[in-house]
Write a protein that binds this ligand. Structure first.
Ligand SMILES: [Zn+2]
Length: 131
């Protein structure tokens, strides 16, 4: 009667264990690796494999390491999130770094400098330039 879930060792990807509860992953000692490893829900692993075979175009799958790929697969398999949600999360993460650094720097520096300079330069330049 009880439904069991299969969890796969992320280290050897060979050993699986069955549990009666449903969670995204669990950490147990793998008898195959003989180390304390993360076992991932088989549904998550299937999603991971599917993405490995045909990477989603919405995110830069190739750039992710295995852990990140599994996180994406886990979220997809375990929730109602779509791949588009990750594209947003991805660009937010990347964007913030670039924005805080480049954005502020460029804005304060180039922005003010270029604006003041161009405006002044444009006015006299506009009139005498025939082209
Ligand atoms: Zn193992």
């Amino acid at each position: 009667m009880s439904r069991t879930r299969t969890y796969r060792c992320l280290n050897c990807l060979e050993h699986t264990v069955s549990r009666e509860f449903d969670t995204s992953h669990l950490s147990v000692t793998c008898p195959n690796c003989e180390s304390f490893e993360r076992f991932v829900n088989e549904a998550v692993y299937r999603q991971f494999r599917a993405f490995e075979e045909s990477p989603p175009t919405e995110i830069d799958w190739e750039r992710l390491d295995r852990t990140e790929r599994l996180v994406v697969a886990e979220r997809i398999a375990r929730s109602t999130k779509t791949i588009e949600d990750f594209a947003v999360v991805e660009s937010n993460g990347d964007g913030n770094g670039a924005e805080d650094g480049d954005g502020n720097g460029a804005e304060d520096g180039d922005g003010n400098g270029a604006e003041d300079g161009d405006e002044n330069a444009d006015d006299p330049a506009e009139a005498p330039t025939p082209e």
